[in-house]
Design a protein around this ligand. Structure first.
Ligand code: HSE
Length: 316
C-alpha cells in the first residue's frame, strides 16, 4: 500500500573537489532541501518555497524534481499523480548541488512512498536524470553524494558504479557563496568553457592529485585530502567566470585552509580544513573578504561532511 505523503531531507553537496571533475562529490552537513511528496489523483504539480524559490521553473519538464518524478511514475507504471513541495534551503545556481538535492529527495522519497525497493545506485540513476534540467547533462557527482552522504567517487558512468567513503572526523569545510545573479543555464555555460583536449602532463598532474585525495579519504588523512585539492584542467578554464577567485583562494590558504577550489560549476568556493590546525569559521570569513575585494557580498559559512538523503516523515 503506497504512503499518502512522505517528507525527505537531502543535503547540499560539492562536486569535483579539485581534480575529480564529474567524479568526486561530498555531502555537506548543511544546508539542505526538504521535499514533501503527496499523492494526488493525477499529474505532477510543483510548489517551491524558501531560498531562491522564485528563480526555479515550476514546469515539470524544466524542473529537476519534476523530471525525476515523471520518469519514475512512468517506469514503475504508478497510477497516481504527485504534488511535490520543495522547501529550498540550498540557494539555487551557486554550485552547491541545489538541483541535485531536490532530485535526490524526490528519488529517495518516491522509493519510500511506493515501496519500490531501489538500491542507492538505482536512486542515483534516477536523480541524475533531473540534472538535465539545470546542467544539460546527467552528471551524477552531486546526486551520488546527496544520496549516499560523505565522500563519493563515480568509478564508472556506464554502467553506473559508485564508491562511497567515510570522511575523517577532523575534516571541516569553509564555503563562500557570492551574491551574484547566475543564469538558469549557468552549469551548462561553465561546462562549455572546459577544454575538450587535455595535454598529457596536465592529465598526469591531476591524476596524481586525484589518487592522493582518494588515498586521503581511505586512510583518514585530512592533510593529504586538502593538499590534493588542486586542479590544473577544469578550474583554470572556469576561474575567470568568478570575480575575486584568486583573492578568495589566496585568503583561504593564508588563513589556514589546506586546499581551496571552485565548488561544482561555481561560483561558490570551498576549502578543506583540518580542525586541529585551522579554524573553518575564520577561513570562511577570509574567503568572504576575498569576494569583497571584487566588490561582491557573499554568504560564508563553516560546515562538515554530512549524511545523505533521509526520511523525515511518512504518512500512510
Ligand atoms: N561536475 C559538475 C561540473 C558539477 O563541474 O560541471 C556541477 O554541479
Amino acid at each position: 500500500m503506497p504512503a499518502k505523503q512522505v517528507t525527505v531531507k537531502a543535503p547540499a553537496t560539492s562536486a569535483n573537489l579539485g581534480p575529480g571533475f564529474d567524479v568526486f562529490g561530498i555531502a555537506l552537513e548543511e544546508p539542505s532541501d526538504k521535499v514533501t511528496l503527496t499523492s494526488v489523483s493525477q499529474g505532477i504539480r510543483i510548489q517551491i518555497s524558501g531560498i531562491g524559490a522564485r528563480t526555479i521553473s515550476l514546469t515539470p519538464d524544466k524542473n529537476t524534481a519534476g523530471l525525476v518524478a515523471k520518469r519514475m511514475l512512468s517506469d514503475f507504471n504508478l497510477k497516481t499523480g504527485l504534488l511535490i513541495h520543495v522547501e529550498k534551503g540550498i540557494f539555487p545556481g551557486k554550485g552547491l548541488g541545489s538541483s541535485a538535492a531536490s532530485a535526490a529527495a524526490v528519488a529517495f522519497g518516491m522509493n519510500a512512498m511506493f515501496n519500490l525497493g531501489l538500491n542507492n545506485k538505482q536512486l542515483i540513476s534516477y536523480a541524475a536524470k533531473g540534472e538535465v534540467a539545470s546542467a544539460g547533462s546527467e552528471h551524477a557527482d552531486n546526486v551520488s553524494a546527496a544520496i549516499c552522504g560523505n565522500f563519493v567517487l563515480i568509478r564508472s558512468y556506464h554502467p553506473l558504479e559508485i564508491v562511497n567513503l567515510e570522511c575523517p572526523k577532523d575534516l571541516e569545510l569553509a564555503v563562500a557563496m557570492p551574491k551574484i545573479i547566475t543564469p538558469p543555464n549557468k552549469t551548462e555555460k561553465a561546462r562549455s568553457v572546459i577544454p575538450k583536449l587535455v595535454p598529457l602532463e596536465k592529465h598526469v598532474y591531476n591524476l596524481g592529485k586525484a589518487a592522493a585525495m582518494i588515498t586521503g579519504f581511505a586512510i583518514g588523512d585530512v592533510n593529504l585530502i586538502g593538499e590534493s585539492m588542486i586542479d590544473e584542467i577544469v578550474e583554470p578554464a572556469r576561474a575567470s567566470l568568478i570575480p575575486g577567485y584568486a583573492k578568495v583562494k589566496e585568503n583561504a590558504l593564508k588563513a589556514g585552509a589546506l586546499g581551496v577550489t571552485i565548488s561544482g560549476a561555481g561560483p561558490s568556493m570551498i576549502a578543506i580544513v583540518n580542525k586541529n590546525t585551522g579554524d573553518s569559521a575564520k577561513i570562511a570569513l577570509a574567503m568572504q573578504e576575498g569576494f569583497r575585494t571584487a566588490g561582491l557580498d557573499s554568504h560564508a559559512f563553516a560546515t562538515r561532511p554530512g549524511r545523505g538523503a533521509c526520511l523525515l516523515e511518512m504518512k500512510p
